[in-house]
Design a protein around this ligand. Structure first.
Ligand code: BG6
Length: 476
């Protein structure tokens, strides 16, 4: 077999998190409520009513968490800033209490030689803006988002080199406007495409402001790429898979990278009266704002087949952790999902497919030719604290090892891979699956509704990843 290229020197070995999923301190030091503080309290929205009021209390335990990162030898840590911590009303005067928290965190990371990778937006919009104008459904959010980003670039631009604009615009808006699972929890394709257009403009404005304020830094969006496979070599299934690539991947990545919506998807939306309204100057702004890299989150691949005009639409997904409970999803007349008989799945029915990561990196490199930072990849499982006081997560080591080998294959194929941030560092709140779906290298002792003592316990994967980092990936 082929000799694999080594991981490059300076490769960013990292781990990732998001504010709402770890911080807690939901109203500490002047923070305003986010849409998730409100949404998670509505009956039936989340798994067993779990919420991020306390989460894993990173807000108060960040020093202990950073010390564990340093012990592991982590070189990069991706975290997100909570917009309503900085602007409790979404705009206006910045809240010094919120800025000071992130300054302490960034300084603690830098003191240990850990590169901060800051996500500007990971789904927790200020509730004030939802109340005022429907958040992403109004163009007004574009100005408010730029104002928020400018405050962060000004305050932290000299300390933070790597920035992510929006986390998984595709997943968040799909769940908000097609699956009715994230706020505002509706099913409306026209509103979906309009909200996405505003998010594209916000992403572009953030990049434009960044060029002025942080000239030496690197910025890009993070996208959740699920490569589409055809269910068979029937040309109808191949067309379905191509449409799925176009509607579920290119729709976002083409706009980020080139400023243009993909042609065949655009034609279909015009025909169906779902295309977003575009105003004068939008196209120029989108074309001007070029990212330095693409952040890619990869969890699984998906298989698609032909779907009749009166066929299945957007339905739902598995939030229970019961294998086999994921329904078929699709867009009538375009495509629908089907299981992959060649792949094992997690308890949430996510196909375990390391080759899918290689395919993702090859497709993204061929189409956009930009450097890639893997901003998330990992395995959510029901980890157990054993009688010996340890967490033996060999299945996670196996998952990560094979995905890192896929990264090496992609590097050998020509992908410019800047780094790899595993999801996640500590266990955290899964938005809709609760605390029972664990991803961390560090176990956090809490249940769905009871924070217990929130003790941090290093899993077997913690020691394994430490050795991977120390050997720059030679010891997988
Ligand atoms: C990504 C998100 O979609 O996947 C994370 O950026 C999320 O916030 C992660 O937690 C894993 O998804 P889930 O549904 O298993 O929590």
């Amino acid at each position: 077999h082929r000799q694999l290229a080594p991981f490059p020197e300076g490769f960013l070995w990292g781990a990732a998190s998001a504010a709402y999923q770890i911080e807690g301190g939901w109203n500490a030091d002047g923070k305003g409520p986010s849409v998730w503080d409100v949404f998670s309290k509505q009956p039936g929205r989340t798994y067993q009513g779990s919420n991020g009021d306390v989460a894993v209390d990173h807000y108060h335990r960040y020093q202990e968490d950073v010390a564990l990162m340093a012990e592991m030898g982590l070189m990069a840590y991706r975290f997100s800033i909570s917009w309503p911590r900085i602007f409790p009303q979404g705009r206006g005067e910045a809240n010094e209490g919120g800025l000071a928290f992130y300054e302490r965190l960034i300084d603690a990371l830098l003191a240990h030689g850990i590169e901060p990778v800051v996500t500007l937006y990971h789904w927790d919009a200020p509730q004030a803006l939802m109340d005022e104008y429907g958040a992403w459904e109004s163009r007004r959010i574009v100005d408010d988002f730029e104002h928020y980003c400018r405050a962060l670039f000004t305050r932290f631009g000299a300390k933070v080199r790597y920035w992510i604009t929006l986390n998984e615009q595709n997943i968040d808006t799909t769940r908000s406007f097609l699956l009715a699972k994230h706020p505002p929890a509706v099913r409306d394709r026209q509103r979906f495409y309009q909200a996405n257009h505003h998010a594209f403009l916000a992403n572009a404005r953030a990049i434009r402001a960044f060029r002025q304020l942080v000239p030496g830094g690197k910025i890009g969006p993070t996208f959740c790429y699920c490569p589409a496979y055809a269910a068979s070599s029937r040309p109808q299934d191949v067309v379905a898979a191509e449409s799925a690539e176009e509607f579920t991947n290119h729709w976002w990545l083409d706009v980020y990278a080139t400023g243009r919506y993909p042609a065949s998807a655009w034609a279909w939306l015009v025909e169906h009266g779902q295309a977003p309204r575009i105003e004068g100057g939008d196209a120029e702004l989108l074309a001007e704002a070029k990212p330095d890299f693409l952040g890619i989150n990869y969890y699984y691949s998906q298989v698609f087949e032909d779907n009749a005009l009166d066929g299945v639409g957007e339905t739902d997904f598995n939030t229970s952790g019961q294998k086999g409970s994921t329904p078929v999803n699709g867009v009538p007349g375009l495509y629908k999902t089907t299981a992959n008989p060649h792949l094992p799945t997690s308890n949430w029915d996510w196909a375990i497919d390391p080759d899918g990561l290689r395919i993702t990196l090859r497709r993204v490199t061929s189409r956009y030719n930009l450097p890639v930072l893997i901003t998330e990849n990992g395995l959510g499982e029901f980890d157990q604290l054993s009688d010996d006081g340890k967490v033996h997560d060999g299945y996670r080591i196996d998952y990560l090892r094979h995905h890192l080998l896929a990264c090496q294959q992609a590097i050998s194929d020509g992908t410019k891979l800047m780094g790899y941030c595993a999801w996640s560092f500590t266990d955290l709140l899964s938005w809709l699956n609760g605390y029972q779906k664990r991803y961390g290298f560090v176990y956090v002792n809490r249940t769905e509704t009871d924070p217990l003592d929130l003790a941090r316990i290093r899993k077997d994967s913690f020691y394994w990843y430490r050795d991977v980092i120390a050997s720059n990936g030679r010891k997988l």
